[in-house]
Ligand binder design. Structure first.
Ligand code: SF4
Length: 286
């Protein structure tokens, strides 16, 4: 039995069993990543698809995912690898790709325009050891690393990987504790602390999915962007106004099919609200 300290859930994991995310286990009394090197998805994507709008625009990045997630967003678009029965089935079936092999694949795609490796699709931080080991090799090849994350992890996890990560897209899914806790199964305070620290380490962009009836008020976007605008860089200078924010449109999926897709006009209106505080606001899925 051991306690996992990666996220706010602090799962007490019995020997040989899995934590809530389905990706971490207890072996010989120590917590380890059961999904280490278990790659379920691999694609050479445009960097804009991460989404990153202001980091190496126009380039491609080899994007890899594993399985498992520490949140329970009912509308997850990637439920097949995040938190469905199918996702947890990958514990048995996903192939093992050692860090050297994945870094080697990134290098072999370089002549097709690849700039490095993105850790994405499921929640990468629940298997941060693989990110650390692989990203180090990718840097050694003179390429970059990108992380696409829900930002729900302890700062000690960020510290482990930060030296090797060049850019992140972090979800800031809403700006109320109720939404984070009761709808997403998350922890807003942990996510905000992660974002605060990440902007001191590398290029950061944020994403907010607007779900009708949940996080779609102008007041909420106003409080959120006010907080973002006040974030500080490593020198203590306020830099938040320059952090890009992607405001995207929800579509009914997975366990949330009781409402329509977000009205495009609402997305544009909330983007305008965000622009009162932030310089770079992008709309997604419109
Ligand atoms: S990372 Fe997974 S095992 Fe660790 S505390 Fe979070 S949900 Fe539990």
């Amino acid at each position: 039995m051991a306690v996992c300290s990666v996220c706010f859930r602090h799962c007490d994991i019995p020997e040989g069993r899995l934590g809530f995310c389905g990706a971490r286990t207890c072996a010989d009394g120590k917590v380890t990543a059961a999904n280490y090197g278990r790659v379920t998805s691999l694609a050479l994507d445009p960097i804009e698809k991460k989404p990153l709008a202001r980091f190496r625009p126009g380039s491609l990045i080899l994007s890899a995912g594993s399985y498992g997630c520490n949140l329970r967003c009912p509308f997850c678009q990637n439920y097949g690898i995040s938190w469905s029965d199918e996702a947890f089935g990958y514990a048995e079936t996903a192939g093992y790709v050692p860090p050297e092999d994945l870094a080697g694949m990134a290098l072999s795609c370089r002549d097709r325009g690849n700039i490095g490796l993105a850790f994405t699709y499921n929640e990468p931080l629940i298997g941060y050891e693989y990110i650390r080991d692989t990203a180090k090799l990718v840097h050694g090849q003179g390429m970059v690393n990108v992380l696409v994350t829900n930002g729900t992890a302890d700062l000690s996890v960020l510290k482990e990987i930060a030296p090797y990560i060049d850019a992140m897209n972090i979800d800031l899914k809403g700006f109320t504790d109720h939404y984070y806790m009761d709808v997403l199964g998350g922890d807003r305070a942990m996510t905000m602390a992660f974002i605060e620290e990440a902007v001191r380490c590398c290029h950061v962009e944020l994403t907010t999915l607007i779900v009708p009836g949940e996080n779609d008020s102008e007041d909420e976007i106003r409080s959120m962007t006010e907080w973002i605008a006040g974030l500080k860089d490593a020198d203590g200078n306020t830099c938040g106004r320059n952090i890009p924010l992607h405001i995207s449109r929800f579509f009914p999926r997975f366990n949330m099919t009781d409402r329509d897709a977000t009205d495009v006009r609402l997305i544009y209106r909330l983007a305008d609200t965000a622009r009162e505080k932030l310089k770079y606001v992008y709309t997604g899925n419109c």
